[in-house]
Design a protein around this ligand. Structure first.
Ligand SMILES: C[S@@+](CC[C@H](N)C(=O)[O-])C[C@H]1O[C@@H](n2cnc3c(N)ncnc32)[C@H](O)[C@@H]1O
Length: 191
């Protein structure tokens, strides 16, 4: 079973011009993006192979860009935030490595291309997470510090994404990924 996460990053930079030394300071919330990469793939045993992360970068100067890491092929070690952001910066500069893709693709195009079953929009006011409702190869869509805008929500409703809640409190996007990874790992024990 492969789990996919899609992060809609309303401010994520679309050029390799951000500083690795100041991920939070150079704009675009590249710190949040780096943390989502770590949350999706980093384990003490190395890179998680059963996960895919797509980040739709909608910030200046050249939006939209969809950056994807496919853990099934990805061979780089990413432990810290700087290492994670480096993979993105290199890809934006045209130096992609195995398992890494950069495409000129908007959130709408990406969402419309997805299979419609097993699509989940992570939302505080959704249905409570219950492992029994999660289908095979689930796709989880989440927002950044601003959440998902009205247009994005309309689209998700239109394609039938189920709203799924991890509880009444708002969590960081990267923490939501960790929670989902843990839930799915527990589901797959004994598979
Ligand atoms: C930091 S939160 C966004 C908070 C933002 N102020 C808002 O109003 O949406 C980032 C993303 O994590 C997900 N999220 C946060 N808490 C959640 C929860 N309790 N249940 C489900 N998803 C959650 C949502 O997808 C949200 O867009």
């Amino acid at each position: 079973m492969v789990r996919t996460f899609i992060l809609k990053s309303s401010e994520g930079r679309t050029a390799p011009d951000f500083s690795l030394k100041s991920l939070a300071g150079s704009g675009g919330r590249m710190d949040l993006i780096a943390r989502c990469i770590i949350a999706t793939f980093a384990t003490p045993r190395g890179i998680r192979k059963d996960a895919i992360l797509s980040i739709v970068l909608e910030g200046p100067p050249n939006p939209p860009i969809t950056f994807t890491i496919d853990g099934r092929e990805f061979e780089r070690k990413v432990i810290g935030e700087v290492g994670a952001a480096e993979v993105l910066r290199e890809a934006l500069a045209g130096r992609t490595t195995k398992g890494v893709r950069v495409e000129r693709k908007s959130f709408e195009k990406l969402i419309r291309e997805l299979p419609r079953e097993n699509l989940y929009y992570l939302h505080e006011e959704g249905e409570d997470l219950d492992r029994s409702i999660i289908g095979k190869n689930p796709i989880f869509i989440l927002g950044d510090q601003k959440g998902i805008d009205e247009k994005g929500e309309k689209l998700l409703d239109e394609v039938g994404a189920k709203r799924l809640s991890l509880g009444p409190f708002s969590y960081l996007a990267s923490h939501c990924i960790v929670i989902i990874n843990n839930e799915l790992d527990q589901m797959s024990i004994g598979d």
